[in-house]
Write a protein that binds this ligand. Structure first.
Ligand SMILES: [Fe+2]
Ligand SMILES: [Fe+2]
Length: 210
């Protein structure tokens, strides 16, 4: 006998999830939206109230790897384009979709290189990509189903801070590793294939990744 009555057990059950249909009001009150948005997504992004994008492409962002540098430069431009549209009354969804599609290809490219050079599929660099894409898809859902653009205003500022930090830590570690094994992404050849065979890499290769 466990001592718990049926009434107690009913009380202990979690409340059913509320399903919101198209056009429903957001569950995120405006006053505390940024904090709650981060909690809801489980992502530790820097605290910043609303979109205020000052990101610019400079040599300081370069990792001296042409494909990654071009891709990051394009992402900076797409973030700025989205921020510009968000400061007007125009529909920002097309600009956000362009950024999302570019980000999917950007992360896919890096993950193909990781797979080719000995990273495990569930390494922490890929996990961070996945979290960002999950949040971006959730932003689209809020914009389309809930008619709520506030998460989009928030994420454009967050991404403008996230990209330089991610590039400096995780992408730089990937570029370093590619250099170590002699990987040429243009041809797919590896000079030192044995270096990728010892064991799959589950970290991102950076000090900041556990
Ligand atoms: Fe990247
Ligand atoms: Fe990355």
């Amino acid at each position: 006998m466990n001592g718990a009555s049926e009434a107690d057990e009913r009380q202990m059950k979690p409340a059913p999830q509320r399903r919101l249909g198209p056009g429903a009001r957001s569950l995120i009150p405006r006053r505390e939206a940024p904090q709650r948005w981060r909690r809801l997504q489980g992502i530790a992004l820097p605290s910043r109230p609303m979109s205020n994008v000052t990101l610019e492409w400079t040599d300081a962002l370069s990792l001296k790897q042409p494909q990654i540098d071009d891709t990051h430069h394009q992402m900076v431009d797409l973030i700025k384009e989205l921020a510009a549209v968000l400061s007007t009354d125009a529909d920002p969804l097309p600009a956000f979709q362009r950024l999302l599609e570019h980000t999917i290809e950007h992360f896919g490219m890096e993950e193909r290189w990781m797979a080719a050079t000995g990273f495990e599929p569930d390494n922490c660099h890929s996990s961070q990509h996945k979290m960002v894409l999950n949040v971006m898809h959730e932003v689209v859902r809020h914009a389309t189903e809930l008619k709520d653009l506030e998460p989009m205003h928030i994420i454009v500022g967050e991404l403008s801070q996230w990209l330089p930090a991610h590039a400096e830590m995780m992408d730089a570690a990937l570029v370093f590793h590619m250099g170590q094994v002699g990987y040429d992404p243009a041809t797919g050849t590896i000079e030192k294939p044995r270096a990728t065979e010892a064991s799959g890499i589950s970290s991102c290769g950076s000090q900041g990744c556990n």
